[in-house]
Write a protein that binds this ligand. Sequence first.
Ligand code: ZN
Length: 299
Amino acid sequence: MNHITLDSSLHWPPYEKVKKHLLVIQINLQRAKIATTMLLKAAQQHQPDLFLVQKPHVKDGKITGIPKCWKCWLSKSGKAGITALPTCSTPVVLSAKENTMAIKITKNSKAFTIISSHFSPYANFREILEELTDLTTNINGEEYLIGGDFNAHSQRWGYRDENSKGKQLQEFIAEKHIFLLNSSNSPPTFEHNNRQGWPDLTMVSSHSLAAICEQPFPSYLHRFNLRTHDNCSCGGKGDPMHYATKCRFTLSWHFQTPTVSLKLQWLKNILTNNLSRTRLRLLLRFICDENYLIVEDNN
Ligand SMILES: [Zn+2]
């Protein structure tokens, strides 16, 4: 599940505009009831405006298990969908193609195109990339976000190997100057028994959007060249781990530092424990509200 926050003003820093943000959650349902339950829980907890959904369980052209008052659109294959919660005002359908579903929304009088896609392992990869090309060339330089299950392998988003789909997708990303939000050390988006995978990717049309979609940490700003270095103003390296365990500004919400080998378990424990989740939420709110404190760029 990927959380994406869009700020329609595209200005940095985001703390000025944080209440006007649009929250999008991307989730691969794997046609499973339990995943739909997770979606409903996430809706309650994070109150997003939109879900980008892949592989939903569909009955009579509708995603099963979601509230009737949510709007919902599906690609022709039924494997890529978007649902809009009542908080999302004026979503307009752009197109429903075989493997992609696209809508347009307006936030603070700025238009965004939101695309959900599903690349079946058996479909012609080129054809689906052409669907995406059509969609993104016809919107005249407006900002867009693509969330999809691409079934493509590359080290760039976490796999240990690269296949021909992975190569084609990277060429597409480079050609269109798209910004991929997943990084090579992103945790797997899919886990079952002992298998892991990174099929689910999120990409956006511009680097300012990319920086805003990421959490407001100096390490990300540096990665997208919006900042000359990635230090926190306390002097430490300003990555998420720093704020969760070390930074003196966030002392009240610190978690115990995990050992390297237990890091994944440590993350899971935090996400499954109510108290830890609350602390994490307070920590993130503090970082958003007091952003000037930690990302001050002295250069
Ligand atoms: Zn610090």
